[in-house]
Ligand binder design. Structure first.
Ligand SMILES: NC(=O)c1ccc[n+]([C@@H]2O[C@H](COP(=O)([O-])OP(=O)(O)OC[C@H]3O[C@@H](n4cnc5c(N)ncnc54)[C@H](O)[C@@H]3O)[C@@H](O)[C@H]2O)c1
Length: 349
C-alpha cells in the first residue's frame, strides 16, 4: 500500500511538493491543507486532491469562496501517514503540537530553524541518517543547492576552504508586494546565514558566504570559489558535476548566457510550471588555477528542494533504506533521471 502524505500549505513550494508526491509509485497525496479561498488553492481540487481547512474560520471562508472542503486539520491528519509542512515561516511552529499529538512524522522546510527538529536534511549528504526520523527539516533552496555542489565537488579532492557569493532573487514571481524593485540589498553585518546553514548538514566543511538581494524574480545565482587541498584538474570538476544527479551543465557558448535563458530551456522542455529541479552550472564559468576553482550556477528557488522533500518522505517512512535507489526513484518519477550519473555514492553521510 502506498504511503499517504499530507501537504500543509499549498503555496509556492507546497503545490510543487504535492504534485511530486502524487507522481511517485510508493506514495500518494492524502490531501492539502490551507487557509485561503484562493483560486490558486482551487487548483488542488482541479487535480482531485482532497482540500482541508486548517481552522474553522478558514473552512468557512474557503467554503464561501466556492472551495469544497473535505474536513478540518484533525481529519486531514487522520488521513495521513506523514506531513510535509510548507506553510509560511512563523506558522509552521504553531502546527507542530498538532503533529506531535496525532503522532505523525513531519517535514518542515527551509524557513524554519535547524533547532526545531535538530536534524537538517539533504539527500546527497545524509539520506541514511533520516531513516525512521519523526521530524526532519529539508534545508532551503540555497542550502540544498550548496549541499549538492559540495557533495559533488568533494569527489574531486579534499576542500580546504569554500566561499560563496549568493545573489538572491528579490522575491518569488507571485510575491508582488515584495522587493526590491530597483535596488540591490546587501546582507549587512558581515557574512550571511547561508554558509552556517550548510554546516547544519555538512558540519566539517569550512565555508563562508556573502549575499545580496536583487530586483529579479527568476532564480538565485551563486558564485562559488573553492580552495582544494591539492592542485586539481578542470576536467575532474566537469566530470564530477556530470556524474552527479540533480546537477546539469549549461553553456553560455550554446546561447544560455543568463539565468533567464537557462529557465527558458526548462520551459521549452515542458517541465511542469517551467520548473528546474536541478542546479544549473555554467560549464564556461569553471576556471581552475592550481588548487583554486571558481564557478557560477543558477538555482530555481521555487523548485530545487522539491525532490529532497520527496526523498525525505521515503527515508522517514523507510520506504527505501538505500539512498541510491530512493533518490533515483524520485528522479525517475519526476522525469529528471540522469542515466549517466552515479547514484551509488550518495546519501551515506
Ligand atoms: N518560495 C521559495 O522559493 C522557497 C524555497 C525553498 C524553501 N522555501 C520554504 O518553504 C516554506 C514555504 O514557503 P512558500 O514560499 O511555499 O510559502 P507560500 O507563502 O508561498 O505558501 C504558504 C501557503 O501556506 C498557506 N497557509 C498560511 N497559513 C496556513 C496555516 N495555518 N495552515 C495551512 N496553510 C497555511 C498560505 O495560504 C499559502 O498557500 C517556507 O519554510 C520557506 O522558507 C521556500
Amino acid at each position: 500500500m502506498s504511503a499517504r502524505v499530507l501537504v500543509v500549505g499549498y503555496g509556492v513550494v507546497g503545490k510543487r511538493v504535492a504534485d511530486a508526491i502524487q507522481a511517485q509509485s510508493d506514495m500518494r497525496l492524502a490531501g492539502i491543507v490551507d487557509v485561503v479561498p484562493s483560486a490558486l488553492v482551487g487548483i488542488a481540487l482541479e487535480r482531485r486532491y482532497p482540500v482541508f481547512a486548517a481552522t474553522a474560520e478558514a473552512a468557512e471562508k474557503m467554503t464561501k469562496g466556492g472551495l469544497r472542503v473535505e474536513g478540518d486539520f484533525d481529519a486531514a491528519l487522520r488521513a495521513a501517514d506523514l506531513v510535509v509542512d510548507t506553510s509560511p515561516e512563523g506558522v509552521t511552529a504553531k502546527n507542530l503540537p498538532a503533529y506531535e499529538r496525532a503522532k505523525k512524522p513531519f517535514i518542515i522546510n527551509g524557513g524554519e530553524k535547524h533547532s526545531v527538529t535538530g536534524f537538517s536534511f539533504s539527500s546527497f549528504a545524509n539520506y541514511t541518517r533520516a531513516l525512521g526520523k519523526t521530524g526532519t527539516r529539508v534545508v532551503s533552496c540555497n542550502t540544498t543547492s550548496l549541499c549538492r555542489m559540495m557533495i559533488a565537488l568533494r569527489t574531486v579532492g579534499a576542500i580546504d576552504d569554500a566561499f560563496v557569493s549568493v545573489v538572491r532573487r528579490g522575491a518569488d514571481p507571485v510575491r508582488t508586494s515584495s522587493g526590491p524593485i530597483n535596488a540591490i540589498e546587501p546582507v549587512l553585518g558581515g557574512f550571511s546565514h547561508h554558509a552556517p546553514d550548510v554546516n547544519t548538514v555538512i558540519p566539517e566543511l569550512k565555508i563562508a558566504s556573502l549575499a545580496v538581494k536583487v530586483s529579479s524574480t527568476l532564480s538565485h545565482v551563486h558564485m562559488l570559489r573553492l580552495q582544494f587541498h591539492k592542485a586539481i584538474d578542470r576536467d575532474a570538476i566537469v566530470e564530477a558535476l556530470n556524474a552527479t544527479p540533480r546537477i546539469v551543465l549549461v553553456s553560455g557558448a550554446k546561447g544560455l548566457v543568463s539565468n533567464a535563458h537557462v529557465l527558458e530551456l526548462h520551459r521549452d522542455r515542458l517541465r511542469p510550471r517551467g520548473d528546474m529541479w536541478e542546479v544549473g552550472v555554467w560549464e564556461d564559468s569553471i576556471l581552475v588555477d592550481d588548487r583554486t576553482a571558481v564557478l557560477t550556477y543558477c538555482v530555481h528557488m521555487e523548485a530545487v528542494a522539491v525532490p529532497e522533500n520527496v526523498d525525505a518522505v521515503r527515508a522517514m517512512l523507510r520506504l527505501d533504506a538505500d539512498p541510491a535507489t530512493a533518490i533515483a526513484a524520485t528522479d525517475k518519477a519526476l522525469g529528471m533521471f540522469q542515466p549517466n550519473a552515479n547514484y551509488r555514492s550518495l546519501g551515506h553521510g
